[in-house]
Design a protein around this ligand. Sequence first.
Ligand SMILES: NC(=O)C1=CN([C@@H]2O[C@H](COP(=O)(O)OP(=O)(O)OC[C@H]3O[C@@H](n4cnc5c(N)ncnc54)[C@H](O)[C@@H]3O)[C@@H](O)[C@H]2O)C=CC1
Ligand SMILES: CC(=O)[C@H](N)C(=O)O
Length: 375
Amino acid sequence: MPIVKNVSRAVSQLLQSSGCGCGISIVPVRCIGVSPRQVASDASFHSVSFSESDHPRVLITGGLGQLGVGLAKLLRKRFGKNNVILSDIRKPADHVFHSGPFIYSDILDYKNLREIVVNNRITWLFHYSALLSAVGEANVPLARAVNITGLHNVLDIAAEHNLRLFVPSTIGAFGPTSPRDPTPDLCIQRPRTIYGVSKVHAELMGEYYHYRYGLDFRCLRYPGIISADSQPGGGTTDYAVQIFHDAIKTGKFQCNLKPDTRLPMMYIDDCLKATLEVMEAPAEALTMRTYNISAMSFTPEELAQEVQKHIPELQVTYNVDEVRQAIADSWPMNFDDSNARRDWGWKHDYDLPEQEIQELLHVSKLQAGVVAILV
Ligand SMILES: NC(=O)C1=CN([C@@H]2O[C@H](COP(=O)(O)OP(=O)(O)OC[C@H]3O[C@@H](n4cnc5c(N)ncnc54)[C@H](O)[C@@H]3O)[C@@H](O)[C@H]2O)C=CC1
Ligand SMILES: CC(=O)[C@H](N)C(=O)O
């Protein structure tokens, strides 16, 4: 399974593209929906949600976080710019606002969400809104509202309007009593964070709606996701993103986890690829509705060593955050994703060492850029 060498390609990619802030603008939406929730007790939604010859009409909730903008970019390439609507409760950066449709949507506002789905003839919904593990522990009532009540709104609207629904779960859906190395799809799940509890709830509710109402619910348990052009949203695995930003900006990085804390991780391109692939997979290929996906697994110390190959002057220190450390110690160290590989052909790209010559060329370009920034 994944060793630190496997991180090479992702590290190179991340360091190359590191940077990017968030500018902003606003698009208010009136709330005019009035009818009550309508999931009939005998409802059945087994038909496909759009004509196979058409592109899906996509809505992404919580789209301005670490993952949503990249997902929109990928989906717009595939389905057309105007078929993919990003939404959030925050103002989008200028470049995001100008890159395709954006709309305000608070997932706690059921009527507004339904209005958006109806008016835009949405057929696929990617539900990204959430409070992540560390910020969730800091504000449990809000995490409960967004991650659980918000999910209920999304599930009802998806069932009512026959949507194909993707909800990401996480390595955080497991806990200290789960097998940790590796963690299979089906095993004991007793997480000890509100984030983890809400994600187990999402997995179970989505599957229940699938079997009870025929909702086309699809769910992947993501590892910690590393990216360079988007900021992490307050999770336990954030260090693995922050190190790239700090390495480029200051040449110093203070890690809030112990150096030997091993967690499953994935480069963002692999994560988004998997998300699109599972949504496009024929229903008959899916023997389950919730799958682990895996790529690599490393510790802060191993990642730091890898980054130092590109930026030897990077100084790494450790100042452990007890809350995050306790969370990390209860999470999987390696993820077993053999079911995803078997059922719908999941295969990650970012773990193979690059051809030596490519790497050398890449590194020298990279070092030139880094020196220019640091001087
Ligand atoms: N980034 C990661 O490493 C991982 C992410 N995931 C899941 O993927 C999804 C996306 O993750 P990230 O982009 O990293 O999250 P993030 O925390 O960066 O972004 C979440 C977004 O949700 C929005 N949001 C909060 N309250 C909302 C509300 N009431 N209505 C609408 N939007 C609201 C926030 O404004 C934010 O832009 C989440 O569900 C997360 O649990 C799962 C595993 C790993
Ligand atoms: C792994 C996740 O779900 C997220 N990045 C977090 O650390 O909370």
